[in-house]
Design a protein around this ligand. Structure first.
Ligand SMILES: Nc1ncnc2c1ncn2[C@@H]1O[C@H](COP(=O)(O)OP(=O)(O)OP(=O)(O)O)[C@@H](O)[C@H]1O
Ligand SMILES: [Mg+2]
Ligand SMILES: [Zn+2]
Length: 506
């Protein structure tokens, strides 16, 4: 009997699997135990044909393969290579001791070529310090984690030659990898956006404290332009975040070909026709959706009211929890989904309500219907609402250079440092995630500020949720100002970002 170590990825988590192969007794056939029924037949076919097409002749005997643990719902394909090698070893074609040092995985094509897999870096990250034999197309990705030695497998024939000591394979080499801090590469910059001081200010606050933001303005006022520049002011990712983001992209089959971990925070901008599954994840794999691909970065939903109702509703849970559980028959996969939500919309269907340059053609009913597409519970979860007015021609034509992304980013990084220190004993790091108890401890305004917020609550008929949001935003505003105490001016500014509440949505 031959024993081989393998592994498989479930979401971004990985589990070791033991494969045992036994030959002899009974009628000639290949029996596989421990895989879901549907994948056994296909796996058997691929293994048998790949062995034959690689030129190996086997005696007609009964072969029994069992995978342990059996209760895990594994997908079959990644075990083709270790199963085939086990069978060949049982027939004396590979010295069994040469198999023992490796964790082996790979899907076989019928011609004996070894196909790439998804989520390989999740496996090498989870099973640190081992030596792997896995598809050559995945070998660079797989060796990006420290301590993983990865031998690239191209064809079954070549792997057998290697394990018999007839040919040499060298472990994949990587130039990058490691703990380097992230860089920001971008061909756009906030300095290109003229005017829009208050929108930029609101965006800076949103990014600094991780507050969800909605930009509202007429067509051409620069909402999309502003949002697309947000990646240029995000703080760098640390090594842990970088690895987590890379794993998610690997599982989705979206690894960039650069041979390095993903270093820049993701910016995802799905189109409004996206389905609920495309946004939150699922399908037969089940794959991560846009909200998980945006993890540690930005999810930008442009033309917000145009999104499908069911797709927006599906965001409610993950926005609260920071993760999403996708289920399939008897299988559940949890993906992280902590992102900065940035949304943009016009004030009305024609877009020109509140535009001094063009008049609005919409009826009150149309406007109401348009806005009501964003349900109350979703709106409630958005912290900052800011108007982006269309600019007068003089501002657009001016040659005055606006502040660079680098300067804004510096302030944001300083502000994040403060928050990291404040929340060092908490499971989160930003003001937006404070619970009511923390708000009481860290975000109580001075007496004047308290009076101001009470007055605003009455006057603007703000909800309890809005009250807490104002305090959290005010905390970020005072952090940006380097003030320990939340002052009334900070509260006053925070209230402005909720002032659309009543006039707009009621
Ligand atoms: N403040 C600005 N400074 C420089 N250019 C601007 C500014 N605002 C708008 N523009 C120019 O106008 C173009 C259109 O802006 P953008 O696409 O961001 O508008 P929008 O608000 O997203 O409009 P829509 O509602 O139609 O999607 C930009 O690509 C840019 O060239
Ligand atoms: Mg736009
Ligand atoms: Zn209109």
């Amino acid at each position: 009997m031959i024993r081989i170590k393998s592994a498989f990825a479930l979401g971004i988590h990985a589990f070791p699997v033991d494969i045992e192969v036994d030959v002899g007794g009974g009628i000639p056939q290949l029996a596989i135990v421990g895989l879901p029924d549907a994948s056994i037949k296909e796996s058997r076919e691929r293994v048998r044909t790949a062995i034959k097409n690689s030129g190996f002749q086997l005696a007609q005997e009964k072969v029994t393969v069992s995978l342990a643990p059996a209760e895990l719902k594994k997908e079959g394909a990644s075990f083709d290579l270790p199963i085939a090698l086990g069978i060949l070893a049982c027939h004396g074609m590979i010295p069994p001791e040469n198999l023992s040092g490796f964790i082996i995985l790979g899907e076989l094509a019928l011609d004996g070529n070894i196909r790439p897999l998804k989520g390989v870096i999740a496996i090498t990250a989870a099973l640190k310090g081992h030596t792997f034999l896995l598809p050559s197309e995945n070998s660079v990705e797989a060796s990006l984690v420290k301590g993983a030695t990865v031998y690239p497998a191209k064809t079954l024939k070549e792997v057998v030659g290697f394990l018999r000591g007839e040919i040499m394979l060298s472990p994949a080499e990587i130039k990058n990898g490691g703990d380097r801090a992230s860089r920001v590469f971008s061909d756009v910059d906030f300095s290109e956006v003229k005017g829009q001081r208050s929108a930029k200010r609101a965006i800076e606050i949103a990014v600094a404290g991780n507050h969800k933001i909605l930009l509202i303005g007429p067509p051409g006022s620069g909402k999309t332009m502003l949002a697309r520049r947000i990646p240029t002011i995000l703080p760098p990712m640390d090594a842990e975040e970088s690895l987590e983001v890379t794993k998610i992209h690997s599982v989705a089959g979206l690894m960039p070909q650069q041979g390095d971990l993903i270093r820049n925070r993701p910016f995802r901008a799905p189109h409004y026709t996206a389905s609920a599954v495309a946004l939150t994840g699922g399908g037969s794999d089940p794959r991560p959706g846009e909200i998980s691909l945006a993890h540690a970065g930005v999810l930008f939903l442009d033309e917000f009211p145009e999104f499908r109702r069911d797709a927006l509703e599906a965001l409610r849970g993950p926005l609260e929890d920071g993760f999403i559980t996708v289920s399939r028959v008897k299988m559940q996969v949890t993906y992280p989904a902590q992102f900065l939500l940035v949304t943009a919309m016009n004030p009305c269907p024609c877009g020109h309500l509140s535009d001094p340059r063009k008049s609005c053609r919409c009826s009150l009913g149309q406007i109401h219907k348009y806005r009501s597409r964003i349900s109350g519970p979703i709106l409630d979860r958005i912290d900052i609402q800011i108007e982006v007015p269309s600019l007068p021609f003089q501002t657009l034509a001016s040659h005055e250079e606006a502040e660079s992304s680098e300067k804004i980013r510096y302030r944001i990084c300083e502000c994040r440092k403060l928050q990291k220190k404040r929340f060092r004993m908490r499971p989160y790091r930003t003001n937006a995630l404070m619970n009511p108890k923390d708000i009481k401890e860290y975000a109580s305004p001075d007496i004047q500020g308290q009076k101001l917020i009470e007055a605003a609550m009455k006057e603007l008929h703000l909800s309890a949720r809005a009250y807490y949001k104002i305090l959290k935003i005010a905390r970020t505003i005072s952090d940006l100002a380097g003030s320990e105490q939340i002052q009334s001016e900070h509260i006053a500014e925070a209230i402005q970002y909720r002032s659309l509440d009543r006039q707009w949505w009621a």
